[in-house]
Design a protein around this ligand. Sequence first.
Ligand SMILES: *Cc1c(COP(=O)(O)O)cnc(C)c1O
Length: 409
Amino acid sequence: MNTEELYSTLDIELEKIKEAKTFKYEVPLESEQGGDVMVEGREVVMLASNNYLGLANHPRVKEAAHRGIDEWGYGLASVRFLCGTEPIHFELESRIAKFVGCEAAILHSSCFAANEAFFAALLANDLGYTYYEDVIYSDQLNHASIIDGVRLCRSIAKQTVSRLYRNGDTAHLAEMLEEDRDKNYRIKVIATDGVFSMEGLVAPLPELVKLAREHGALLMVDESHATGALGKTGRGTPEELGVYGEIDVITGTFGKALGGASGGFIAGRAPLIEFLRQKSRPYTFSNTVPPAVVTASIEAINLIENDPSITNQLHENTEYFRREIVRLGFTIIEGLHPIVPIMLGEAALAQDMSRELLGEGVYIKGLWYPVVPKGEARLRAQISAAHTRADLDRALEAFDKVGRGLGVI
Ligand SMILES: *Cc1c(COP(=O)(O)O)cnc(C)c1O
């Protein structure tokens, strides 16, 4: 096709997406991110952000970002190894490593980039072997960035095998590991999200740690939705489930609970992290994390470590909302994470309900097929330490009114 034909083909495809009701519209916030925000000229309760600890507009985080610019400049115009490293980059790497319970860490521009980097950097290198095969066991519900990371790795290291196990199903994974026992794989990696974002469910880390040890596999856990948001002191799913310090590789983001701007990391044992510094292509060929984001991320960690009231507030708010939304008569997926899926069934109902809730002052997003299975459409509420009791009550009142109006409760 010529370029004009290409553009009209794209127009047709866009129409198809709209007809399938999967077109993503962006509604601009007219304020900072927070427990409540301005949308379309009105103040609404925000139930759709990953700002779990309310640090996205925390005065001390903002101040740290300003300080970062004042002391270290706006940008570095370089990748890390040329002239894009300041002491604050090493400081953040060692702080985040310690925070998540690992020996060392390496920053990336995002967790997406970190996950894309990880598999190829490690498995697409011969490491002195002339013949080898590696295997990646991946949870079926893993984030798109793990899926793409595995795909990229397999397109370079074609002999790498990837196997999907059913979500959270350690018996299924154990079966696969058993089948593969005699296959002489060079490296085995088990990869999972710590928290699955559509359900708010946690991965069975204690069992995964056990299986990984038994089979000599490396356990890689993406803690994007969990760092800061789970565990008594915010140290994530391993803390929550009693296996803190026992995970081989943790990837995560600064774009959610830890201030919500951007930036990602891979944490693990020192030789692995040093190797990634040499071999990760997104690290080697993409710009360094800007100073303001680095100093603000350090401050986010300071806040979480020094002021337990922030994580406590999140846990209290989560418990309150989970209890009260069930009391109103809604069906949720039970759990402990601030992601609270409110199950509705049909996509149309989820769409109507999120629109009507916005009218009642609640900003919440719906998820439906193909993002979740058919007939399991839902609204996904995300609770934050930034919510006041009044915010949550206002949201619950709106749920009550709209839910009754639509015959859900
Ligand atoms: C959000 C998320 C990412 C992407 O993180 P970014 O830093 O925004 O690229 C990766 N993995 C999981 C599980 C996530 O939830």
